[in-house]
Design a protein around this ligand. Structure first.
Ligand SMILES: [Fe+2]
Length: 186
C-alpha cells in the first residue's frame, strides 16, 4: 500500500538528485567554468515548483496539520523545527532565483552568489530530509491508520493538480532526470 510517508520519501529521493546537480554546478562555477545557458533557470523551476510550491505544501497544508491534530507538538517540537527550515529554504531559493537571473545577464559575480546559496540550500535540505525521515515519518507511521494514509495520499494528488496544474509534477521530475543525465551529476 502507498503510504503518505512513502510518497514523501520518494519525492525526497528526486529532490536529492536535484541537490546533487546543484552542488555539481556550484563546484564548476566556483572553479571559473560557465554553466550552460538555461540550466540554472531549469534547476530553479524545479526548486520553486516541485520542492517549494508542491512538496512543502503537501507537508504544511496536509501532513503536519494531521500530525498536530494527533498530538505531535508544533511549537518547540519537531514540526516547529521543520517549518522554520522550510522558511529558511524559501529565503535561500529567493537568493538563488535572483542570482540565477543576474547570471544569465552579467555572469561571474552572480554565478558565485548562486553557487554559495545553492551550497547552503543543499546542506540545509539534506539535513532537513534526514530529520523528517528519521523522526517525523517514523512518528507518523506509528500514529496513522491505513485509511488515514490513504486519505492523505489522495489529498497530495489534489495538491499536485491545484498547485502545479495537471501532469506538471511528472514533467518536472522527468525534466530533472534528463538534466542530471546531461550535466554529468549522479
Ligand atoms: Fe519538509
Amino acid at each position: 500500500m502507498v503510504t503518505a510517508t512513502r510518497v514523501l520519501r520518494r519525492e525526497h529521493q528526486s529532490i536529492r538528485g536535484a541537490l546533487g546537480l546543484a552542488e555539481h554546478i556550484s563546484v564548476r562555477i566556483e572553479r571559473g567554468e560557465q554553466s550552460p545557458p538555461g540550466v540554472l533557470a531549469k534547476v530553479m523551476d524545479f526548486f520553486l515548483l516541485f520542492v517549494d510550491r508542491c512538496h512543502h505544501s503537501k507537508e504544511e497544508d496536509v501532513f503536519f496539520p494531521l500530525l498536530e491534530s494527533r498530538g505531535v507538538p508544533t511549537s518547540g517540537g519537531p514540526i516547529g523545527v521543520m517549518l522554520m527550515e522550510h522558511d529558511r529554504a524559501r529565503g535561500l531559493i529567493q537568493e538563488m532565483s535572483e542570482a540565477a537571473e543576474a547570471y544569465e545577464a552579467d555572469g561571474e559575480a552572480a554565478g558565485k552568489r548562486w553557487a554559495r546559496s545553492a551550497w547552503d540550500y543543499s546542506g540545509l535540505m539534506q539535513e532537513h530530509f534526514g530529520k523528517e525521515e528519521d523522526v517525523l515519518f517514523r512518528i507518523a507511521d506509528n500514529l496513522l491508520s491505513p485509511e488515514e494514509h490513504g486519505a492523505v495520499v489522495a489529498r497530495f494528488e489534489r495538491i499536485e493538480t491545484e498547485k502545479l496544474g495537471p501532469g506538471r509534477h511528472e514533467e518536472l521530475e522527468a525534466m530533472m532526470k534528463e538534466l542530471i543525465a546531461k550535466n554529468g551529476a549522479h
